[in-house]
Design a protein around this ligand. Structure first.
Ligand code: APR
Ligand code: PHB
Length: 395
């Protein structure tokens, strides 16, 4: 069937697919983005909200950072709170000037969609990819359904940016893919509340009652999480119970009353670590959540997606501009270096801060010793700050 033709066919209009399309366009490379959901759906989907320094820089350099700079909140530190005792971690001082930006993922998505549309970029919403075919030959194609019709997108390369439940990864034969996974015996119950933040910076709290995280979306909207069991029912968490737990876990010794506001967007998120290797098969390249998932504690998911497409766009640029495919051949190995660093950091933050019912007395003592070491040792806290703000890009 004759179909549309482009240079890079991109499946998924999350941060990975949209940023890739934008970076390619800046280098004169054509792409088409296929997105199963509607524009409104992807622009409103609540996800994470902390951008590493390298992500901030990448968005700025790509000319899509203006609203983030105006409306985002630049943070130079975080608080680590252990059983009610708070300790500020000076991220910027410990990393030679690096910081993080609190700016919601769906805002990044809105900015990228706007930039693509202004530049006449093609994003087909409500276009569900059904299969990636012939990606081991020179002319791969994506079969998709749009407006009730099955259609074909012919391309030079396919970028699978379709998240963890997408179709791109399943086009790689199982014997060519190795999957590494880990699940955790806890989950997060998250809420959004139009209530003023109790502090200017994020608070990561380890408490005997379980982990809690105080984050924000703006100076008047709080984003709060409490550790719960993965099989907990939302019905067991009436609003008052959530506020009581947050206050018990986040309150410092001096007492830190939370202003209780309306509870919105109440949801339980399970946690998982997942990596599929390699991130490439023939002319199909995976980026973002389609290749890896991290538990949310280190706030790395979105940042890894950005790091992947930064590498992939540069590799495609070398191919189209200089007929040089060495960077494409190296893409998976280059990306996996950062993926595994972030996997380790996310696993470490998660296990260091959560309460596990299975932990022995010995395990709990080790956990407290680890947190105490972060507080007392400049070497240990510097390592945390370096990973949290994100390691610099090698290029
Ligand atoms: N056809 C077209 N689009 C698809 C298909 C399909 N078959 N399957 C999934 N999609 C779309 C989804 O609707 C979604 O919009 O792919 C997009 C994938 O986007 P994300 O899930 O946001 O993944 P990614 O761009 O890799 O961004 C990673 O998202 O999950 C968070 O915490 C994660 O912050 C990280 C970020
Ligand atoms: C968030 O604001 O949603 C958030 C912040 C920090 C994290 C995870 C999520 O580690």
């Amino acid at each position: 069937m004759p179909g549309m033709r482009t240079q890079v066919g991109i499946v998924g209009a999350g941060p990975a697919g949209l940023l890739l399309s934008h970076l390619l366009a800046l280098n004169g490379i054509a792409s088409v983005v296929l997105e199963a959901r509607s524009r409104a759906y992807v622009e409103e989907r609540i996800r994470a909200g902390v951008l590493e320094q390298g992500t901030i820089d990448t968005l700025d350099e790509a000319g899509v950072g203006a609203r983030m700079r105006r409306e985002g909140l630049l943070h130079h530190g975080i608080e680590l709170c252990v059983n009610g005792r708070g300790h500020r971690i000076d991220l910027t001082g410990l990393t030679g000037g690096r910081a993080v930006m609190v700016y919601a993922q769906q805002e990044v998505v809105k900015d990228l969609i706007a930039a693509r549309l202004v530049a006449d970029g093609t994003i087909l919403f409500e276009a569900e990819a059904l299969a990636v075919e012939d990606h081991c030959a020179d002319r791969p194609r994506i079969r998709y359904r749009h407006a009730g019709q099955e259609q074909t997108l012919n391309c030079d390369f396919v970028a699978g940016c379709d998240g963890t439940h997408g179709v791109a990864r399943s086009a790689i034969p199982p014997d060519a893919l190795t999957v590494f996974e880990r699940s955790y015996p806890y989950a997060w119950l998250g809420i959004l509340s139009p209530s003023p933040p109790p502090a200017d910076e994020l608070i990561y709290a380890h408490h005997e009652r379980g982990f809690a995280l105080y984050s924000m979306r703006s100076p008047s909207v709080s984003r709060l999480y409490v550790q719960c069991a993965p099989d907990d029912d939302l019905a067991a968490w009436p609003d008052e119970r959530i506020w009581d737990e947050l206050e018990a876990r986040l309150g410092s010794e001096a007492g830190r009353p939370l202003q209780r506001g309306e509870v919105q967007q109440k949801a339980i998120t399970p946690m998982r670590s997942f990596v599929a290797e390699p991130m490439q098969h023939g002319r199909l390249f995976l980026a973002g959540d389609s290749a890896h998932i991290v538990p949310p504690t280190g706030a790395k998911g979105l940042n890894l997606a950005v790091a992947d497409v930064r590498l992939l766009s540069r590799a495609l640029e070398a191919f189209y501009r200089h007929n040089d495919s060495t960077r494409l051949e190296r893409y998976s190995a280059d990306a996996l270096w950062r993926v595994w660093r972030a996997q380790h950091f996310s696993w470490w933050m998660t296990t260091a801060l959560h309460r596990s019912d299975d932990a022995s007395g010995f395990d709990r003592r080790l956990q407290l010793s680890q947190l105490d070491y972060i507080i007392r040792s400049s070497a240990a806290v510097t390592s945390l700050a370096e990973n949290y703000t994100g390691l610099p890009f090698a290029d």
